[in-house]
Design a protein around this ligand. Structure first.
Ligand code: HEC
Length: 151
C-alpha cells in the first residue's frame, strides 16, 4: 500500500513537471518573438553602421591629434559609402552625390603624412565635410558631429 501510494505520488510529480515544462515553453515563445522584433526594429542600416564607424574613428584620432600624435592609418573602407544600403527614407540624392567624393578625399588627407597642410586643419576640414552633407541629408547627428571639431 505504501509502495502504491509512493508510486502515485511519483506519477503525480512527473505529470506536474511535464505540465510546467509545457507551460514554460508556451510562455517563452512570445517573449522571444518580442525580442527578435526589437532587434529588427533597432537594427541600423549598413550606412548607419558605417557612419557610426566613421564617427568612432574620428573621435579616436581627434584625441590622438590633441595629444600631439600623428594618426597614420585609416582602416575604414570608405568605398563602401558608394554601395551601402540606407534606411529611413535616406537615399543618394543630388546633394549626397555632390558631397561624397570631397568628403572621402578630406578624410583620407588626414593620414597623408606628406601633406603641407597642418594636421588639425586637415582633420577639421574632414569634419566640415561630414557637416556639409548632414546639413541637408541627415540633420539629427549634427550636434554630435560638431563636437568632433577641434577648437
Ligand atoms: C555625403 C553625405 C554624408 C557624409 C559626407 C557623412 N554623412 Fe553621416 N549620414 C549621412 C546619411 C544620409 C545618413 C543616414 C544613413 C541611414 O540612416 O541609412 C548618415 C548618418 C550618420 C549618423 C547616424 C547613424 C545612425 O546610427 O543612424 C552619424 C553618427 C553620422 N552619419 C556621422 C557622420 C560623420 C562623423 C561623418 C564624417 C566623418 C559623416 N557622417 C559623413 C550622410 C553623410
Amino acid at each position: 500500500m505504501v509502495f502504491y501510494l509512493n508510486n502515485k505520488v511519483f506519477a503525480f510529480a512527473v505529470m506536474l513537471l511535464l505540465c510546467f515544462s509545457c507551460k514554460n515553453e508556451t510562455e517563452h515563445k512570445p517573449v522571444e518573438e518580442e525580442k527578435k522584433q526589437e532587434l529588427i526594429m533597432y537594427q541600423p542600416s549598413e550606412m548607419a553602421s558605417l557612419m557610426n564607424g566613421m564617427y568612432a574613428y574620428n573621435l579616436q584620432i581627434r584625441q590622438q591629434i590633441i595629444d600631439g600624435e600623428t594618426p597614420v592609418s585609416m582602416p575604414l573602407d570608405l568605398m563602401k559609402l558608394h554601395s551601402a544600403d540606407m534606411s529611413n527614407g535616406h537615399a543618394r540624392t543630388a546633394v549626397w552625390n555632390s558631397k561624397i567624393d570631397g568628403f572621402i578625399e578630406a578624410q583620407q588627407t588626414i593620414v597623408d603624412t606628406l601633406s603641407n597642410i597642418e594636421l588639425k586643419q586637415r582633420y577639421n576640414a574632414a569634419i566640415s565635410n561630414c557637416l556639409a552633407c548632414h546639413k541637408t541629408e541627415c540633420t539629427g547627428p549634427i550636434p554630435k558631429i560638431k563636437k568632433l571639431l577641434i577648437q
